[in-house]
Design a protein around this ligand. Structure first.
Ligand code: GLU
Length: 300
């Protein structure tokens, strides 16, 4: 059994990131599994190495260690060859096409946010038309989805399904600036790293059917999924990296590691009161059936 941390180094971690990372680690460690750390720095404009080093240090401070990864080979910016090979495999099946729409830029600004996009008009371009248009503008690339319902059972959220055609549409796998898209990279990497269990925020639940379909067409083995609640700020928004008062810098000034783990463990249903507890001790009693499904107001 192998779990993973897959942080994007686009800012200092916040409480919500910690919450999912703690659950991912507890789930693996409570069952004798290992953890791999992968740095998801696909977007060169948003990601900085300094944030990656900082978040590794923050994870260690909290007592969340990893058994593999973290080194240069586990940074997505160094793994383009693997994504290119997967892209070629999809292209060989006739599943990719160049897209000249500018809407793609918007989608890529927030690659995890589910947007209902009908299939792109560029899907119907002939090779000649696409070559002509490529003289004016570098295309991005989309993958053609079939008319298919993909269903799976999430370990925490239960049964979930989407119709790829109506709920997702043809989705981007490579940006016009050459950057690989999250959906492709995450599938290729989780498979290449032998990840058997993905624990992440439930904002990514709606990405999972697309990813399961990619596993299938690429002939890769899919992991199990657990989509955990998001933490909400006092005004009911989900926490974001811009909520600096709840980032690791502020939290480390205010709490000792065991206190922070104790608080997160209480929100995660693992203890009745926010009493300090080391992560390693919590792993001995961790129980998925006590973890709430719904988002949690983060009251400090
Ligand atoms: N890198 C993504 C993030 O930090 C997580 C992707 C995933 O867990 O699949 O939001």
């Amino acid at each position: 059994m192998k779990g993973r941390f897959a942080p994007s180094p686009s800012g200092r971690m916040h409480l919500g990131n910690l919450f999912s990372f703690l659950l991912a680690w507890l789930s693996a460690k409570s069952r004798g599994g290992s953890m791999v750390l992968r740095i998801e720095d696909l977007d060169p404009a948003r990601c900085k190495p300094a944030y990656a080093w900082q978040l590794m240090e923050d994870l260690e401070w909290l007592g969340l260690d990893w058994d593999e990864g973290g080194e240069a080979a586990s940074w997505q910016s160094n793994r383009g060859g693997l994504y290119a090979a997967a892209f070629e495999a999809l292209a060989a099946k006739g599943l990719t096409y160049p897209c000249f729409c500018s809407r793609i830029q918007r989608l890529n600004e927030a690659p995890h946010i589910h947007e209902v996009s009908p299939s792109c008009p560029c899907a119907g371009l002939t090779a000649g038309e696409a070559a002509e248009m490529a003289k004016e503008k570098a295309p991005s690339y989309r993958v053609r989805v079939p008319h298919r319902t993909v269903s799976f059972v999430d370990g925490l959220q239960g049964p979930y399904e989407q119709d790829l055609w109506t709920d997702c549409g043809d989705f981007p796998i490579k940006r016009s600036d050459g950057a690989w898209a999250y959906q492709l990279a995450v599938v290729v990497d989780d498979a290449a790293m032998g990840v058997t269990e993905v624990v992440r925020g439930r904002d990514l639940l709606s990405s999972t059917p697309r990813q399961l379909w990619l596993y299938e067409v690429l002939g890769l083995k899919a992991p199990e999924f657990y989509h955990v609640p998001l933490l909400l700020s006092s005004d009911g928004r989900r926490l974001a990296k811009r909520d600096a008062d709840l980032d690791m810098g502020a939290l480390r000034r205010r709490y000792a590691p065991d206190e922070l783990v104790g608080l997160l463990a209480c929100w995660a249903g693992q203890q009745d009161a926010p009493e300090p507890i080391p992560a390693a001790q919590l792993a001995k009693v961790f129980d998925w059936s006590k973890v709430p499904k719904e988002d949690i107001p983060a009251k400090l």
